[in-house]
Ligand binder design. Structure first.
Ligand code: TRP
Length: 467
């Protein structure tokens, strides 16, 4: 019966009076674009370069690559696999797999934590994406032409100090996210990523080309790729691992939700490698677009979170065609963020769609409105509530939400997903879903999700919370 419904849906007759079968990506490529769209976001273009910059360049890059391969890819495979096995939103998926393999639907709590975390992340993600949106007209109108570091810092400070402005850009971005998710998996998300992802890749290439011509490319490449093991510290490993999880969108059930729409004949191990490879390539390419420009102007690569919003505009302001390419750069950030924010909203919508009769449109609008209102905490944390510092030493409400989601909820979700895939799910059930023959590759995956991933994530989370 399920098969017949699925067949109907794939034939395009899904929206009948009967509750429709779960939607399905129209092809492997469509799925890969959506998953890469989820992975490539602010994490790649804003966070990765500044973390690499403050983490000593190549030392960070090297450790990061290790984390992606050893922990990122196996957990990504697990999430996609669990999603496709259950073909439900994250909460119902984990609950029903839990009942089937672990004897208890309590595993659904993993989905609950993930969905809550995703909506919380969306609330501040949208505010930061709003900064990039605000910078598009700024760059286009030549605001930064000839600006020095002080004037650029002042412009960024003025943006953060203006709650109404931040609120407006945040609202515009979140509205765009809601409008896409509202239309559903195929006509919303898939259509959006089919247009936006090629545009994103194109802009990234254009910017690397520009950096190669107008910037100090050799110094940037040396900075990012000359290994220097002396800078590898436990703190660096922890930061790199956390970044790998965030960048691959793991631990929140987001990949689980996207995996639920994955056609049966797609190989999960191969697809996971493609997604992780593309995500990493985009992060490195973003570094190669940013650092040559930073170095050409003798600016500081270790500037921190302000790298993209303070340092880079100074560089663009002093370069031929800087306004043009600067505008492209901030459009790139907005596009990357948008394909990620739809993936932050979709899991929650899918989860509640399984469990209520409200329908996708109402759920999307309701959850979007929640993230929008909750985002006000982030908006105000930069101005009127900047002295509310729950974590002490200058760390605001925004830092608190970021900290709870990134250091507690993502590691917790990722550990439980790895444990479920490695220990609770039957060995054979997992192997068959992954489409792996019995042997070394399957054994390696199993060892990584059983031992390496849970231990690594727990140690990391522990150090972050205690240290
Ligand atoms: N991967 C996204 C980025 O790098 C951020 C992110 C984290 C995310 N978890 C997610 C996006 C879940 C979508 C779904 O910017």
């Amino acid at each position: 019966m399920v098969g017949a419904e699925g067949g109907l849906d794939r034939a395009g007759a899904g929206d009948g009076a009967v509750r429709a079968a779960p939607p399905m990506w129209s092809s492997r490529l469509a799925f890969i674009l959506a998953a890469v769209g989820s992975a490539v976001g602010l994490g790649n273009i804003w966070k990765f370069p500044y973390m690499a910059g403050t983490g000593g360049g190549s030392a960070f890059v090297l450790v990061y690559l290790g984390c992606v391969l050893l922990v990122g890819v196996p957990v990504l495979m697990s999430e996609l696999m669990l999603g496709r096995m259950a073909r439900k939103g994250p909460i119902t998926a984990m609950a029903s797999l839990g009942r089937r393999f672990g004897g208890t639907p309590a595993w659904g709590l993993v989905g609950v934590v993930g969905v809550v975390a995703a909506v919380l992340i969306l609330s501040f993600y949208s505010v930061v994406a709003g900064w990039a949106l605000a910078y598009v007209p700024k760059l286009a109108s030549g605001t930064f032409a000839g600006a020095d570091a002080a004037r650029s810092a002042e412009a960024f400070g003025a943006l953060l100090a203006d709650p109404a402005g931040l609120f407006l850009w945040h609202s515009a971005f979140l509205l765009a996210t809601v409008l896409i998710v509202m239309r559903g998996v195929r006509s919303g998300i898939e259509v959006a990523v089919t247009w936006l992802m090629p545009l994103l890749f194109l802009m990234l290439l254009v910017l690397v080309g520009y950096a190669a011509v107008a910037g100090d490319f050799a110094r940037a490449a040396g900075y990012l790729f000359t290994p220097d093991f002396s800078k590898v510290t436990p703190e660096l490993v922890i930061a790199a691992a956390g970044q790998a999880f965030f960048s691959l969108s793991l631990g929140l059930g987001a990949m689980l939700a996207y995996g639920a729409y994955l056609p049966e004949d797609v190989s999960i191990p191969r697809t996971a490698v493609v997604i992780a490879g593309a995500d990493t390539l985009c992060a490195l390419t973003a570094g190669l677009a940013i650092f040559p420009i930073v170095f050409a102007h003798d600016l500081d690569p270790a500037e921190g979170p302000g790298l993209v919003f303070v340092t880079l505009p100074v560089a663009f302001g002093g370069m031929p065609f800087g306004s043009l390419f600067g505008t492209v750069f901030f459009v790139l950030i907005v596009v990357a963020a948008l394909t990620s924010s739809v993936a932050l909203l979709e899991p929650a919508v899918a989860a509640l769609d399984d469990r209520t009769r409200l329908g996708r449109v109402r759920l999307t609008v309701g959850l979007g409105a929640f993230a929008w209102l909750f985002g006000l905490l982030t908006v105000f944390s930069f101005n009127i509530w900047s002295d509310v510092q729950p974590l002490g030493d200058g760390r605001t409400l925004f830092d608190l939400i970021d900290w709870i989601t990134a250091n507690l909820m993502i590691p917790l979700g990722a550990t439980l997903i790895a444990v479920f895939a490695g220990w609770v799910l039957g060995r054979e059930a997992g192997r068959l879903e992954l489409g792996l023959p019995p042997g070394a590759v399957h054994g390696l995956w199993l060892a990584l999700v059983r031992y390496v991933a849970p231990l690594a994530i727990l140690v990391i989370a522990w150090r972050k919370i205690v240290g």
